[in-house]
Design a protein around this ligand. Structure first.
Ligand code: GLU
Length: 544
């Protein structure tokens, strides 16, 4: 058969691929520079799984000083949703992705939306026909359906292969007649694989894998001229000069087929890294994190809660390489871009998505931030999510910053804030309008007399910390408390409690809580009037 003639018959108008090969020359890459892409379909919102799938190529490209590309895979238009592309770009921007080429900032290798690349696919399909590696198939949907039913009945493998591949051996004349008749056709790969032979593949994450060779003549180009995923990704990844393909591991079993397409073109295939899904523990089982079942799979969950984007990114980094976490804890001044990630340290079976861990990382992240930054960002967050607190923040900037500065710039800073909404929870007692109840159960030694005596005759805002504490100790014996904890422990029957208990009375009376940052610093945030008011409230609470 004269394949060249056949190719011209099927695609009289398609350009020769040399046109595109010249138009998209290989990039001038420096040593080690990697080009990676995230290639989502615009079928829904970005969720944690897709954020992670985007994070992986972004990290690996930028850590090599290469490029991170966003390509929209929209050839399956039945699944597309309105504003799908805009939503993806918006979410990636919100999550601080640095995208070097995309539909919004086209580089030399565009278009970056597959439906705009239709002519390119036609030309590449034509090329494969012209070298005898692909052929037109005129089988109707119904006849394919019938074929499948027969295969099911006979317990044969499903697919267009071997004796089932009816159009594989059509003559030029038969094809010409069908074309003249206006019959629709798809283009299929003329597979040279043998299902009984083993295909060995080395994945960057999963290592060496074995599959049967592919012998199915899959569809490369549909009758509407658009390609299914497999063909499109090969053409695009080749022309965009992608060095490593990262994608979900649901595609790994198709690798023998995908590599056949590269081989049919005679293009060297890039490396593939198949990413295991994010998983979740449910009771004793582990399952895939689900965008339908798990609220924490939605990115909006984090913005509503006020977990900063940078904290989510830090958590994604721990999912990428689990040793990142330890490194980050040990190198508090460093950040993600200072770490060298490796594909072979990625999880093979699935990374456990653990919200508690994300929250912990966020606490560490907040503990390293300045009080001023936390204040400004919380203000920004509250503007959208909590107008009342926004106004409180606006009117109390110094007080909030002073509060946030307590136990902050020290080697082991406090870790009580994991998200912007925690700032309200943690500061609520310093504001009269938010302080409404004593959260702690009353204890026997709680006493408002000692409190009154303390604030009338002992407490002085100007005292340094040692003097402040000494005064509390001095007060203890007057009310039957031991000034030293040791003394109390040796003779508990002689006392109502110790100096620690007196501090607890003061703390609970003023803040309503048994746990707060440093009491000496906390008291400084209160005016005399506020303290008197709290003593009154504490009195009422004790009498209830
Ligand atoms: N468009 C494919 C998807 O959304 C991406 C596959 C790939 O990254 O190659 O699943």
């Amino acid at each position: 058969m004269d394949y060249k003639k056949l190719a011209d018959l099927l695609f009289p108008d398609a350009k020769d691929i040399s046109y595109y090969l010249e138009k998209y020359p290989k990039r001038e890459k420096k040593d080690g520079e990697e080009i990676l892409r995230f290639a989502p379909s615009p079928t829904g919102f970005i969720h944690m799984g897709s954020l992670f799938a985007a994070f992986v190529p972004e990290i690996f490209s930028h850590q090599s000083n290469g490029k991170f590309i966003l390509r929209i895979e929209d050839t399956d238009q039945k699944r597309e949703i309105d504003n799908g592309i805009e939503n993806i770009i918006r979410d990636l921007k919100n999550y601080k992705f640095i995208i070097d080429e995309s539909p919004m900032n086209e580089g030399k290798y565009g278009p970056y939306i597959q439906t705009k690349r239709k002519e390119i696919y036609l030309s590449f399909a034509k090329y494969l026909v012209s070298i005898g590696k692909a052929y037109p198939c005129f089988c109707s949907e119904e006849s394919i359906q019938k074929m499948r039913e027969t295969q099911q009945e006979k317990k044969d493998r499903i697919g267009y292969y071997g004796k089932y591949a009816k159009c594989r051996n059509l003559t030029y004349e038969e094809i010409e007649a069908k074309i003249k008749n206006g019959d629709k056709f798809v283009i299929r790969l003329k597979s040279e694989g043998d299902f009984n032979k083993k295909f060995i593949f080395n994945d960057l994450i999963k290592g060496k894998m074995e599959f049967p060779e592919n012998d199915i003549d899959h569809v490369l180009l549909k009758s509407d001229g658009l390609p299914p995923y497999a063909f499109a990704h090969v053409v695009d990844d080749y022309l965009m000069d992608i060095t490593t393909i990262t994608r979900a591991d649901e595609y790994v079993s198709s690798i023998p087929y995908h590599l056949q397409i590269w081989e049919a073109f005679g293009f060297p295939a890039p490396q593939y890294a198949h990413i295991a899904p994010l998983t979740k523990r449910e009771g004793t089982t582990i399952r895939k994190l689900s965008k339908r079942k798990d609220p924490e799979a939605a990115v909006s969950y984090y913005s509503e809660m006020g977990i900063p984007v940078d904290a989510v990114r830090l958590y994604l980094a721990t999912l990428l390489n689990s040793d990142f976490e330890m490194w980050y804890m040990q190198n508090p001044e460093k950040t993600i871009s200072d770490f060298t990630f490796k594909f072979n340290k990625m999880s093979v079976g699935g990374s456990l998505f653990d919200l508690d861990k994300l929250i912990n990382i966020s606490k560490v992240y907040f503990s390293k931030k300045s009080a001023n930054d936390i204040y400004e960002e919380t203000l920004e967050y509250s503007k959208d999510y909590d107008r009342d607190f926004y106004n409180i923040l606006l009117n109390n900037k110094e007080k909030v910053i002073a509060f946030l500065n307590i136990e902050r710039n020290i080697p082991r800073p406090r870790k009580d804030v994991s998200c912007y909404s925690d700032v309200k929870k943690e500061t609520s007692y310093i504001f009269d309008e938010l302080f409404n109840e004593y959260e702690t159960p009353k204890k026997e030694f709680y006493d408002s007399e000692i409190l009154k005596e303390y604030f009338v005759n002992y407490y002085n805002k100007e005292d340094d910390k040692d003097t402040w504490f000494k005064k509390i100790k001095d007060l203890c014996p007057k009310f039957g408390f031991a000034s030293e904890t040791k003394e109390y422990k040796q003779n508990p029957e002689k006392y109502k409690g110790s100096v620690a208990d007196v501090c607890e009375i003061i703390r609970v009376a003023i803040t309503g809580r048994t746990m707060t940052p440093d009491l000496y610093e906390i008291l400084k945030l209160f005016t005399k009037e506020q303290i008197n008011e709290r003593i009154k409230l504490f009195d009422e609470y004790l009498q209830k």
